[in-house]
Write a protein that binds this ligand. Sequence first.
Ligand code: NAP
Ligand code: HSE
Length: 428
Amino acid sequence: MTQPLRIGIAGLGTVGIGVVKIIRRQADLLKARTGRPIVISAVSARDASKDRGVSLSGFDWESDPVALATRDDVDVFVELMGGSEGAAKDAIEAALAAGKDVVTANKALLAIHGQALAETAEAAGRVIRYEAAVAGGIPVIKALTEGLAGNEITRVMGVMNGTCNYILTNMEARGLGYNALFDECAELGYLEADPNLDVGGIDAAHKLAILAAIAFGTQPNFDAVELEGIQHITLEDIRQAADMGYRIKLLGVARPTPRGLEQRMKPCLVPRDSALGQLEGGTNMVVIEGDAVEQVVLRGPGAGEGPTASAVLGDICDLARGLRLATFGQPATGLTRAAPASSGLPAPYYLRMNLADKPGALAKVASILGDAGVSIDRMRQYGHDEATAPVLIVTHKTTRQALDVALEAFSDTDVVAGPAVALRIETV
Ligand code: NAP
Ligand code: HSE
């Protein structure tokens, strides 16, 4: 009989228990597909006495993940604890040093320490796989690294945090404010232990940094991602963007530009009838554009026990089959250090402001935009009873710098009440 692939799993939470269940339930299928049994030698978590709803009998228990990672009867160390520092990093480094391959779902760790870990793995002749780290059940790492390897990638973008998309789409569908939906997400268990990872855009930015590294052959650089969360998005923004034919998404975009590598994770507008605009609830979507393939759209569940464990099993099966790829699709020592582009390519922008209802107010705004070199494409003023009128403007393509000049000038006038909202409109 072909040698079994022996794994050790550190982390028995949502994802880890999902992996245990699939390996138990689908043992015959996995063996038929890979040609060898996949067996769990040992597991680790913090609390050995916790009822995890599934029997762990038959697996050795290790209280120390490093001890698990270095066991003689472990071929592949599966890290499902999370966190960019501490136990996860220590155990993965120990596993690589002990000659083990690694499977992880840990986007924070890879976005921050991916380059060093990839170099360590490759120097040791080991492999790190991480399909579950980006967009949960969507096999986007595989698509980008393997299926699209013949393309020069021109842009990668996507909605990669289900919690944010759940909040934004339910604000529109149910007419609820951000705070009510944030509280609902907490009750439903959708939020990360630190909710700012979700609503602050950090979790999605980790994922974008990983995709950018594979797509553009660059070292993952989370610090270079321009970041903005969804906390300030109001029901008013959502409703009025919808009225102009758009939806607001926490959209990640990475692309090479003449000024460097653009990586941004910010709320922006997409056309309501586009695939991204139609994305509802906690679902994720990644759009990849290449010179030969043109555009590929991947859609699916970005989180949860089954989808994430599905991705982890994809990686384990690759290793069982002997498929061994460089961490970011090419040797880590050849990945370049991309200069970060300080601002995005020109784009149309959506502006929302409250304008004093008096003669010349609109003319003043138009003149400030004109002086800043910003051209108006469309404009709408709503009926109102108050002293200020809600005004929406869609600009032609402009730079963020030009827009900032205009926003600054607005605040110095006596006609724009409060700060104007400015959101980029992404062409998708
Ligand atoms: P989780 O439910 O919080 O489970 C974490 C597990 O790790 C728990 O079993 C915990 O032990 C164990 N653990 C934490 N620190 C440990 C330590 N120092 N030593 C030993 N064990 C430790 O997390 P999760 O949702 O399964 O996420 C796991 C990883 O998958 C993370 O990197 C996450 O970002 C990633 N991920 C998750 C999802 C998702 O939908 N959940 C999706 C994509 C990626 P105890 O149970 O004893 O406390
Ligand atoms: N918190 C993440 C999300 C789940 O809401 O998409 C795992 O990445």
